[in-house]
Design a binder for this molecule. Structure first.
Ligand code: MIG
Length: 842
């Protein structure tokens, strides 16, 4: 690795100047325009509007002039905006919606948000409120002793941002440490949780921005930017998941990825020849370690020229891609935005012809320096340029590439350290100069405004290009930089982490906060990118990494860092770990489908499901994985035990069905193979036999892991690849279970979609059953009991034969579980374990 830059630690003592700051004065008049209440405050104007989904939007124009209303984050929606009323009182005005009251104190103008029960949820700090100083803007909100802050996308720990400050200025943080800030992404979105009640604030401003969550004041928290509009959204709860749903309606969700992209992915910088790529692929299959994707990093290119292949090392790349495909691998290649400034190079020439590259302040094309040497940068804020770039993927896709990885899109520039930046921009190093000009979708601006959306717009251009070029397949795009809404276009990884225990641990709160900020398809480099992990660290990382929605190992440098690089003992453990990921794929896919419609993440910090239990809010290193499982990963070197909190309620060991009572700290012994996972009472978790890769064939057998209690579960399935699901080609099953004194029941409560995607057969695994039931019935009819051995052979006979009629059950004393084998399930079908003799039917 040649380029080292210091991931800057934000100036943590940074205090806000008040000199020259002015705050909003008295409301002098007001009127209603359409769905907006317009306030005149002397020369300043405020617009308060009721957006979709009961979201309130606030905009301030200190000088009275609003600029074009344009957002890279907010998706337009056709929903007719609901109406509101305005009530006038001596001291204040009130904008009243069915669910909220927005109170505007007249003198000075201060805005507060009230729930319909008259309780004040949030609002301006009475002292400062909304302020400006020249072009700078800042909003101060009341801070309460019990306020806790989550979100902000890709930020350093802890999970709860209370008392922290953060800067948003996308940065190639190549050497980032545990408390480096800023990193690669900008998500000016925060969930404020106060004694169980949540609201959100989204500050939609792409300039360099900063948040202060009570570090410099005990009574106010604040957000602001160097320039641009004070434009924010108040997003009501009251539950954290309500905030997430509403925020998703504003900035969009993660589209359902192809199923293979949820498999295990292998990367390194670099498998630097076709031979090496092929041999890595062979090793996976030979050693029977499941893997779906292999990445090819920058060295495949001819002199780092994007959209080329090195003629020597990758001379026969089409042959390589074909053979990878034959062996069940998808290939993902990297594409950087920096285009070699070299007349005669096709991409450079066509970019010049279409005027696609960024210009400096002096009007000439800006030339920076990245991997190819002297480089120019496409203007992804320009529609024609996005179109041009998207179309460039044609040959790559035609030659057999499946996924695209966009890197260096902060954008990184090795040549420029912005000496002109001044103090405020001290962390602007490593990117192009601030004066570089951008089209900005037709309203020209400079790098200060466009910087934080550059990566997102590159990812958008890539995603849209892939949709045009391969309309029948869901694209897979991975990006490093991004802005709110980036999840619509790409998955995100957290950049250049390091192989240390600290960085293993920090990935948890980082990814949890990304997840609640809408970036659901996220992951960190498993094993660490910089330097090398010990065998133990790699295994522990993998045991956490199988819960990263994006499950990818990546590293740089000479030493091997594959699951089989750490000796026989660890290879065996690592194989089992990856197989667990593959066993869980039906559950993961189901949860991902849920995420794609609801915005709810796969990685769920505990406050999301337990907002009223402050004891679990500050837990950085545990999470819910989907709606049913709690994971308490082992993240400490040579750990012999793991202490963790189980939220109140009854829980069951996922692996052993052992009951645990929540509400207190638990301490369990662990060894190098332990992955502490717990199912909620009443959980129903779909799994399957681990395959070597996602083969696109129909699912022959689905196992439903049922845990005692009252609860529900879901199973979603489709072809895993196409857009058929939009036309009803999918299956969604909803299950219910309940445990009574003398019986345990399971029911397929509801089915939507098409039977085509139903599994060929089912195993219902009822866990935590202390004694063999007297009898087991399906729709009231007795099922045949089998001995465990017979069940095993029946089971394997049934496997592979869709629609097999094998039916029966057995009790496994060792695991205290009942296995019921069924050939099919129809809506309404009920399976019942009778623990006592049934009373004779009439
Ligand atoms: O300047 O493409 O974060 O994942 O392997 C380094 C080489 C460029 C940085 C990415 C990393 C990738 C590497 N890239």
């Amino acid at each position: 690795m040649n380029v080292t830059k210091t991931g800057r630690v934000a100036d943590r003592g940074q205090s806000l100047q008040t000199h020259g700051w002015q705050s909003l004065g008295e409301v002098t008049s007001h009127h209603v325009e359409d769905v907006t209440l317009v306030l005149d405050c002397g020369a300043s104007k405020v617009r308060i509007s009721l957006e979709r989904n009961d979201i309130i939007r606030v905009r301030l124009a200190p000088g009275g002039q609003f600029k074009r209303d344009h957002s890279w984050a907010v998706v337009p929606n056709g929903i007719k905006k609901p109406s509101f009323g305005v009530e006038e009182y001596d001291e204040y005005l009130e904008l009243v919606t069915p669910q909220l009251r927005v109170r505007i104190d007249r003198s000075p103008c201060r805005i507060s948000f009230f729930a319909d029960d008259e309780s004040r949820i949030a609002g301006d700090d009475p002292q400062k409120g909304m302020c400006w100083d020249g072009g700078e803007i800042r909003a101060y909100q009341s801070l309460h002793a019990d306020d806790h802050f989550f979100g902000m996308g890709e930020k350093h720990p802890p999970l709860d941002k209370r008392n922290q400050t953060y800067v948003n200025w996308n940065h190639d943080a190549a050497e980032h440490e545990q408390y480096s800030d800023p990193l690669y992404q900008t998500h000016p979105f925060v969930i404020v949780l106060n004694r169980g009640t949540a609201h959100g604030i989204f500050f939609d401003n792409t300039h360099r921005s900063s948040f202060d969550f009570g570090q410099t004041s005990r009574t106010a928290w604040s957000f602001g930017a160097d320039a641009g509009e004070l434009n924010y959204y108040f997003i009501p709860g009251p539950k954290p998941t309500d905030v997430i749903h509403r925020y998703a309606s504003l900035v969009g969700t993660t589209p359902l990825p192809p199923l293979w992209a949820l498999g295990y992915q292998q990367c390194r910088w670099s498998y630097d020849s076709a031979k090496r790529v092929a041999s890595i692929a062979r090793e996976f299959r030979k050693r029977k370690i499941p893997c779906d994707a292999i990445y090819i990093d920058i060295d495949y290119m001819d002199g780092f020229r994007s959209f080329t292949w090195d003629p020597k090392r990758f001379g026969q790349h089409e042959k390589l891609l074909k053979s990878l495909k034959k062996d069940g691998f998808k290939t993902v290649v990297i594409l950087d935005p920096g285009i070699k400034a070299e007349p005669g190079y096709k991409i450079y020439d066509s970019g010049i012809k279409g005027d696609h590259f960024l210009h400096g302040e002096d009007g000439t094309i800006y030339v920076g320096k990245v991997w190819p040497g002297q480089s120019v940068y496409p203007d992804f804020t320009r529609q024609q340029t996005r179109q041009w770039w998207g179309d460039l993927y044609k040959d790559l896709l035609a030659s057999g590439v499946t996924g695209i990885w966009n890197d260096m899109n902060e954008p990184a520039d090795f040549s420029h350290n912005n000496p002109d930046a001044g103090d405020m921009y001290a962390d602007a190093e490593g990117t192009i100069p601030l004066g570089v000009r951008f089209d900005n979708d037709g309203q020209r601006t400079d790098h200060r405004e466009a910087h934080n959306v550059y990566g997102m717009q590159m990812a958008r251009s890539t995603y849209d290009g892939m949709r045009r070029l391969r309309p029948a397949e869901r694209p897979f795009v991975l990006t490093r930089a991004g802005y709110s809404g980036v999840q619509r276009h790409a998955a995100v990884w957290t950049g250049d982490n390091a192989s240390t225990w600290d960085q293993l641990r920090m990935s948890v709160p980082m990814l949890l906060n990304m997840s609640v900020s809408g970036v659901i398809f996220c992951g960190a480099d498993i094993g660490g990118f910089r330097s090398y992990p010990t065998p133990e660290l790699y295994t522990r990382w993998l045991q956490l990494g199988i819960f990263y929605p994006l499950c990818r190992s990546h590293t740089a440098g000479g030493k091997e860092q594959d699951p089989f690089s750490f000796g026989k003992k660890h290879e065996k453990i690592n194989r089992t770990v990856i197989k667990l990921r593959y066993a869980l794929l039906p559950y993961i896919y189901t949860e991902m489908q849920h995420a794609s419609t609801s915005g709810e993440p796969l990685l769920r910090p505990l406050f999301l499901d337990y907002p009223k239990m402050p004891r679990v809010h500050k837990i950085d290193h545990e999470f819910m994985f989907g709606r049913q499982l709690l994971v308490a990963p082992v993240l400490w070197e040579t750990a012999k035990n793991r202490k963790f909190m189980l939220p109140p309620g009854q829980w069951y060991g996922f692996h052993d069905g052992k009951p645990h009572t929540g509400g207190e700290e638990i301490d369990i012994p662990v060894n190098i193979e332990t992955i502490p996972m717990f199912a909620r009472a009443g959980a129903i978790i779909p799994t399957r036999a681990a395959a070597q890769f996602v083969d696109g064939k129909p699912l022959t057998e689905l196992t439903l892991n049922i845990f005692p209690g009252i609860g529900r579960g879901h199973f979603y399935n489709d072809d895993g690849l196409s857009y058929g699901f939009e036309k009803g080609e999918f299956l969604r099953d909803e299950y219910e279970t309940s445990t009574q004194e003398d019986s345990t029941t399971f029911r397929l409560a509801r089915r939507t979609g098409s039977d085509t995607f139903a599994p060929g057969s089912y195993v219902l695994k009822f866990n935590g059953i202390q004694q063999a039931p007297r009898e087991v019935t399906l729709k009231g009819q007795m099922l045949k009991p089998w001995s465990a051995a017979a069940a095993k052979s029946k089971k394997s006979a049934a496997r592979g034969s869709k629609g097999s009629s094998a039916k029966g059950w057995c009790y496994d004393k060792k695991s205290r579980s009942v296995h019921v084998q069924l050939s099919e399930l129809r809506p309404g079908d009920t399976v019942e374990l009778h623990h006592k003799p049934r009373s004779p039917r009439s």
